[in-house]
Design a protein around this ligand. Structure first.
Ligand SMILES: *Cc1c(COP(=O)(O)O)cnc(C)c1O
Length: 499
């Protein structure tokens, strides 16, 4: 608007029309702390002209709201671009919705939550703007390049068309009854696990058992992603082994990796706790190679490419309603890991594609989380009623995992007991029971591998090619061009040279 009005000399109305046709808004989170609200005092200092323009946009916008909902002052206040309570701020998401011809979430459930919850009033007013575009991943990087063993096995059966038409993977479905191919899938996974085991031994000095289940959670560290819930499962397994040292347990190597934002203290405490638990578990001779815990440092795309092809189990355990989509979940699915997850983000659509029997679902639904919020969440009720949970929390609290600094994790326990926005204790029991089912199935390698194959064969929807076509057709009004474009290193034909 600043360029079109101040520099190009367009009328306000014409400039606004161009802006709205030019902009589309993709929302990526519903967590309130991540939705930007810029202090007016800051804008006054560094972008004074933009602030004037925002006020003018808001004036026109609120006139339309008032016309549509005469006298509805609550709605007008709620839909304003300017927040007046407390420090005066500009709500950037509201500005995006008002200034865009399309608004979308990144998984079906997320797009629904946007419409009925955080942006409800805007949906009432502009229903035609709201869309869904489920995220995707590129099969070139996340299968062809990172997992050549599996990629070759797939190509041997169905050719190479899947590289650009990932839906073709459905052709693998009948092969669940081909014991030779099931064996091939198992061998590919085993090779990838051996390679990773060797790397881990070199880098961390931890000897991992390559026939143990590789149970992996890699993603940014955040309370809503619930790495702490995974950690509580680890402690529970440890306590069970210690209580029954001669018992048989399905061996697991549990890997957790990810970075914390520099200023996010709680996330850094979560990393410290996982490392502390790993130190105790990995050095306990009673445990042996039945349980190993590894914190993967410096998690990034190049490390993801090594780790994901070696995963047996993918952990996608966010509180329902908090993970907009997730894409890590799709990478694991495409590489033949089974998922343990909540009905959140794209996990729901993954389940729809592969069928309920081929994924381990646990925990509250979005509706159940909302019901719990209405009822009031009391973590202590779960603590009192679940002895394994109580033992685990008492150990963290008393310094069992941090004997040199017994108070180190008191803040984490305090959050879990009294300020937990993500309801870890409410999903603990269901998570542990689901993990027991995972262990049971892992003892039947053929059944496991069949489900892994059905995961791979059902992952076609999650190609970013599909996502990008949808953005093109349904938001930008463009059709794909199949004309071959030059590669980045090739000279591009300019208008001059084509004349
Ligand atoms: C795919 C990817 C993510 C996203 O993972 P989620 O589990 O969806 O949060 C984060 N970091 C890296 C390095 C990735 O490759």
């Amino acid at each position: 608007m600043r360029i079109l009005v101040d520099i190009e000399g367009l009328t306000w109305a014409r400039a606004w029309e161009v802006c709205v046709k030019t902009c589309a808004y993709t929302n990526h989170t519903v967590l309130p702390e991540a939705l930007e609200r810029w202090p007016v005092s800051m804008l006054e200092h560094i972008l004074p002209r933009h602030l004037q323009i925002i006020y003018e946009i808001n004036h026109h916008h609120l006139q339309e709201v008032a016309k549509r909902y005469p006298g509805d002052m609550d709605r007008i206040r709620n839909m304003s671009l300017v927040e007046e309570h407390g420090e005066k701020r500009i709500n950037m998401a509201h500005l995006c919705i008002v200034g865009s011809h399309a608004v979308n979430g990144v998984a079906a459930i997320h797009s629904e939550i946007i419409k009925r919850d955080i942006f409800k009033n805007f949906y009432d007013m502009f229903p035609e703007r709201f869309q869904n575009k489920t995220n995707g991943i590129t099969p070139r990087r996340w299968l062809l390049l990172c997992n050549p063993t599996l990629a070759d096995a797939v190509a041997e059966k169905i050719g190479e068309d899947w590289v650009v038409h990932l839906d073709q993977l459905t052709k693998l479905k009948p092969l669940v009854n081909d014991s030779g191919f099931i064996r091939t899938i198992q061998v590919a996974k085993q090779e990838n696990k051996m390679r990773l085991a060797k790397q881990l031994e070199q880098e961390y000095g931890v000897k991992v058992n390559p026939s143990s289940m590789f149970d992996i959670q890699v993603k940014r560290i955040h309370e809503y992603k619930r790495q702490l819930l995974n950690c509580m499962h680890i402690i529970t397994l440890y306590n069970r082994i210690k209580a029954n040292p001669s018992g048989t347990f399905v061996p697991r190597t549990i890997m957790i990796g990810g970075k914390a934002a520099p200023g996010y203290h709680t996330a850094k405490q979560i990393i410290r706790l996982i490392c502390a638990v790993a130190r105790v578990v990995n050095n306990d001779p009673i445990v042996g190679d039945r349980l190993k815990v590894i914190y993967l440092e410096n998690y990034r795309v190049t490390l993801a490419e090594q780790i994901i092809p070696a995963a047996d189990l993918s952990e996608q355990i966010s509180t329902a309603g908090t993970e907009a989509s997730g894409t890590g979940n799709m990478k694991f699915m495409l590489n033949g890991a089974l998922t343990i997850g909540t009905l959140d983000g794209a996990n729901i659509e993954m389940m729809e594609e592969m069928g309920r029997d081929n994924i381990f679902i646990f925990g509250m639904t979005v509706e159940e989380v909302e019901e719990l919020k209405r009822r009031g969440y009391n973590a202590r009720d779960y603590y009192n009623n679940l002895p394994e949970l109580r033992q685990c929390i008492d150990q963290i609290d008393s310094g069992f995992f941090s004997p040199n600094n017994p108070d180190q994790f008191k803040d984490l326990v305090n959050i879990l007991m009294y300020h937990d926005r993500f309801f870890l204790f409410a999903d603990y029991e269901s998570y542990i029971k689901c993990q027991d089912e995972v262990a049971k199935l892992y003892q039947k390698p053929n059944e496991w591998a069949k489900k892994a194959l059905l995961n791979i064969a059902s992952s076609g929807k999650f190609s970013s090619d599909r996502t990008i076509s949808e953005y093109g057709r349904e938001i930008w009004g463009v059709e794909p061009s199949w004309e071959k474009l030059p590669a980045p290193h090739e000279p591009r034909e300019t208008e001059e040279s084509s004349k």
